[in-house]
Design a protein around this ligand. Structure first.
Ligand code: DX5
Ligand code: ZN
Length: 227
């Protein structure tokens, strides 16, 4: 039986007027992590929310908080996100000049550290920071918005990073894919070696009554991959 992927619904697709309820509903529906997309209107064209909202949600759920920082610079804010309750903090290499130092700082703060690769960012970035990493996130859309279409070519990058991690004896590093993930693309991500999937629209589609089925469809991807 293949290991099911970690399913991390992205809060970006939730109803922002009812965030506490949405988080409780997605947890009850079987989510593994909560993915939190932080956007600054500068590194990416959109603005979402910051540590204040994340901290306010912390008492509403026991789900691990998987914080995806689309902000530049990120370094001055790492502590605030950790204090707000982030368990995983992921940064883009383009957000600052010292990726290695940033990843070390995240771990010093007691969180797990991740690096995020935009569609145009080469897989090789990972190689030089492999010892400082707990997670690699491959973007399968250009970051900034939910509801975009999956960029197929990024599956090659997922396979490449899977080989890189296994070859370096770091198979336990979480390999996550984010953007345009639905039941169909989820299966191909898992086939390529992903172990965690972010889903915004595919997780929150249809309202709270649908969340359980939405998550189950994403999680059963590897069973269909093996069939
Ligand atoms: C995009 C974000 C994603 C987004 C995914 O910048 O990083 O996490 O919310 O949304 P969907 O799954 O709708 O593409
Ligand atoms: Zn994200």
């Amino acid at each position: 039986m293949p290991t099911p992927p970690i399913i991390a619904p992205s809060l970006l697709s939730a109803d922002f007027a009812r965030l506490g309820e949405e988080v409780r509903a997605i947890e009850a529906a079987g989510a593994d992590w909560l993915h939190l997309d932080v956007m600054d209107g500068r590194f990416v064209p959109n603005i979402s929310f910051g540590p204040g909202v994340i901290g306010a949600l912390r008492p509403h759920t026991a789900l691990p908080f998987d914080v995806h920082l689309m902000i530049a610079p990120a370094d001055p804010h790492l502590e605030a996100f950790r204090e707000a309750g982030a368990d995983w903090i992921s940064v883009h290499p383009e957000a600052g000049p010292h990726l290695h130092r940033t990843l070390r700082r995240i771990r010093e703060l007691g969180a797990r550290a991740g690096v995020v690769l935009n569609p145009g960012t080469p897989a090789e970035v990972v190689d030089n920071v492999l010892d400082e990493l707990d997670l690699v996130l491959v973007m399968s859309v250009n970051p900034g918005f939910g509801g975009q279409s999956f960029i197929e070519g990024q599956l090659r990058k997922v396979s490449r990073i899977r080989r890189m991690l296994d070859g370096a004896g770091r198979s336990e590093v979480v390999l996550q894919v984010d953007g345009g993930v639905n039941a169909d693309t989820a299966r191909r991500c898992v086939e390529a070696g992903a172990t965690a999937l972010v889903a915004g629209s595919a997780a929150f589609r249809g309202g709270p009554d649908r969340y359980r089925d939405n998550i189950a469809a994403l999680r059963s991807a590897p069973e269909r991959a093996a069939a």
